[in-house]
Design a protein around this ligand. Sequence first.
Ligand code: NAD
Length: 487
Amino acid sequence: MIYTHFIDGALTTGLNRRSWINYNPANNNPLGEVCQANDEDIEAAVNSSEKAFQIWKSKTGAERGRVLITAANILRSRLEQIALSETQDVGKPISESLAVDVSSAADALEYFGGMAAGIHGEFFDLKNAFGYTRREPLGICAGIGAWNYPIQIAAWKAAPALACGNSMIFKPSELTPATALELAKAFMEAGAPPGLFNVVQGDGRVGAMLVDHPGIAKISLTGSVSTGKKIFAGAVAQLKQVTLELGGKSPLIIFEDADIHNAVSAAMLANFYTQGEVCSNGTRVFVNRKIFDNFLRQLKDRTEKIRLGDPADPDTQMGAIISKAHMEKITRFIDSGKSSGATLLTGGFRPGKDFKGRDISSGNFLAPAIFADCDDSMEICREEIFGPVLSILSFDSEEEVIGRANNTPFGLSAGVFTNDLKRGHRVIHQLQAGTCWINNYNITPIELPFGGYKQSGQGRENSLAAIQHYTQLKSVYVELGNVESPY
Ligand code: NAD
């Protein structure tokens, strides 16, 4: 299998095919070779995207919307095939790829497809004149993706970009090259002009080529803070627009009056879904001292029952870490937690067998880890680990926990569990985070803006808010009287 580019409506290995191997995280067997785009491939992608942009921007919103909604239907009709491909690439359980990854990509296409005909400017009555605004597309937008939600990330960027009349060149993570190609095929089959959604494969160097290319108007990245800073600096040199969806170290605060069963469920979802490789995860779980022991007992008990194993098995609840290198990075964090004095209550080891007794020693599996006796200064409580490692911290007062929760350069997400609705809102309003939940965690409906405060990002994805990040506003003044002139 060769993971090609998709340029001008067709799969292509490119002009100068240099490739490396993509491995299945569940067993480290090779899945195929991945191409690496060079300058000429990028030029071909930009030229074809420019042609498509000229065709696409002259279509009505309703015409564009129809293509997006048709593409959503195509994705849904291939749900099982695409979900399996995602599971093989990422290592996440097939139950997740089916329920969330592909479905949320289709949701985004439907949502922005439905909105496309309604994107409009405003009218201003100016006495003997009037004015109006137009929301015009930016041109060619580049999307650069992370590896944890490959097709969802591609669709969250493509859907608003295309609905607004732009074209897009998308670079998936070098670790997950597969499903962006499925999205590209779906757009073509839905009637998009060739080049409207091109895919170029490759590592960060290919991303940097897109950032530097003068023909590309906007960059939207989902990735780490350090990559975000590089891309921001590159985009500033040409004053390009950016959307940055970056990492986090988010707080989840459990008050003493919370429903403990729900709070434990949320803490597990906030740390162990997709093997803990989720940007918005609530990895600092603050629990009120009055319920601490009870909460911890239930959390440990339920965490030890998580069914870890073969991601392709529909009964599996936790799969494999994306790569050996990433697993080693997570293991280093676990060692750091132990040596800094935190107590590893459970997990953090590499299991040899899965929940059905199958040998999984060749895959990147890590038992979900819970650290107690943590304090805020420990590395495991400050740095994004991006793996199944939960740190639990106790607190006494509302004021104290708000200060501690905000004491981080990140600001992606936050959660609060309480049955006191006044307190829930009061606390959430003081937390420095762009995406918040009261009495749930990590729910990201397409209708709500998603994005971060502080170093966790710039701009927003999803919802009406995304439209302003993929359009520019033109103001038009129309005179109905004479020109008043002093000359
Ligand atoms: P990463 O920053 O290493 O890579 C992200 C993408 O950027 C990849 O496609 C990579 O090839 C590309 N890239 C790397 N260097 C580049 C450069 N100099 N110029 C242009 N492109 C470059 O991140 P990752 O390891 O793929 O993903 C994990 C990170 O992504 C975590 O920090 C996680 O929190 C974050 N993330 C954020 C969100 C969100 O919506 N906020 C969602 C998912 C993941």
